[in-house]
Design a binder for this molecule. Structure first.
Ligand code: NAD
Length: 254
């Protein structure tokens, strides 16, 4: 680690030490060290294949059975459900134990914060979860694993067992609205915290990225921990580059 990164970690750690109500906003970058690729990082899914972004839209998924079949095939062969939390996820447990974690807003759909031990009631999964499926007609939810068993047994586009509707992972696709209560809770948290820690996110996905300027306007200090620059770096009291798994445990004093 360079001297600059070392110095930034120390300054960030000092801010965490003095903070009382910390809101953490995480993105795909905290899970790359668990083997789940991000979208926009140097090895990101979209950086390598810009076409993949189109397949993530709700309109394509709902309107084209071939897109759904490809999605199910990809999910059935994905190792993301078996991924384990890493040092970055575990570091955030320290904040909760110190009684400082107000809310952990995650853009990730992988459930790894809860698997690492963060209490579910502290976590807002603003973009949903891939661990469940939801029927787009009747709203019924079921474990993803059960739907994947059906795919592995030969169903290419398994329909809802209750109403025959289209099943989709319980994630927020592009073109799909966020859950308004989750967004409102995130915005409230941003206004109540005295420190916001944005980790592993390009801060390019709205509306959730806007919680960072919201917290800044409400008087909170901002720390950004990310391998690459983000547009919101000018709002931050401290920007820490480098690998999250190495820097985050030191920043939060885990
Ligand atoms: P993003 O892909 O836009 O940005 C990730 C950022 O993390 C990049 O700037 C990258 O440089 C940085 N990064 C990656 N690995 C890092 C590491 N080890 N150390 C330091 N920095 C690292 O991610 P985003 O801002 O979360 O937006 C992508 C959207 O895609 C989100 O809405 C999310 O729902 C979804 N997504 C989720 C997952 C997941 O659940 N794990 C994975 C891919 C995408």
């Amino acid at each position: 680690m360079s001297d600059d990164v070392e110095a930034a970690i120390e300054r960030a750690a000092a801010l965490v030490k003095k903070a009382q109500r910390v809101v953490v906003l995480t993105g795909a970058g905290i899970s790359t060290e668990s083997g789940i690729p991000d979208f926009r990082g140097p090895q990101g899914v979209w950086t390598k294949n810009p076409e993949a972004e189109k397949l993530s839209t709700l309109q394509h998924y709902m309107g084209d059975p071939e897109v759904r079949k490809r999605s199910w095939k990809k999910r059935a062969s994905s190792r993301a459900l078996a991924a384990e939390p890493n040092a970055g996820h575990r570091a955030l447990l320290g904040l909760e134990r110190q009684g400082k974690l107000h809310t952990l807003i995650t853009q990730n759909i992988d459930g790894l914060h809860q698997r690492a031990g963060t209490s579910g009631e502290r976590v807002v999964e603003i973009h949903g979860t891939m661990r469940e499926v939801v029927c787009m007609a009747c709203g019924e939810r079921a474990p993803m694993e059960r739907a994947l068993e059906r795919v592995r047994a030969g169903e290419e586009d398994p329909p809802c067992r209750s109403c025959g509707g289209i099943l989709k992972s319980a994630t927020i696709s592009f073109g799909q609205s966020l859950v308004m209560e989750d967004l409102a809770r995130s915005e409230r948290a941003a206004q109540e915290c005295d420190l916001m820690l944005a980790v592993g996110t390009s801060l390019a996905v709205y509306p959730i990225a806007a919680v960072v300027p919201l917290a800044a306007r409400a008087g909170a200090s901002i720390i950004i921990v990310n391998g690459e620059p983000t547009e919101m770096d000018p709002l931050a009291a401290v920007v820490v580059r480098g690998r999250i798994g190495e820097s985050l445990p030191r920043i939060v004093g885990a």
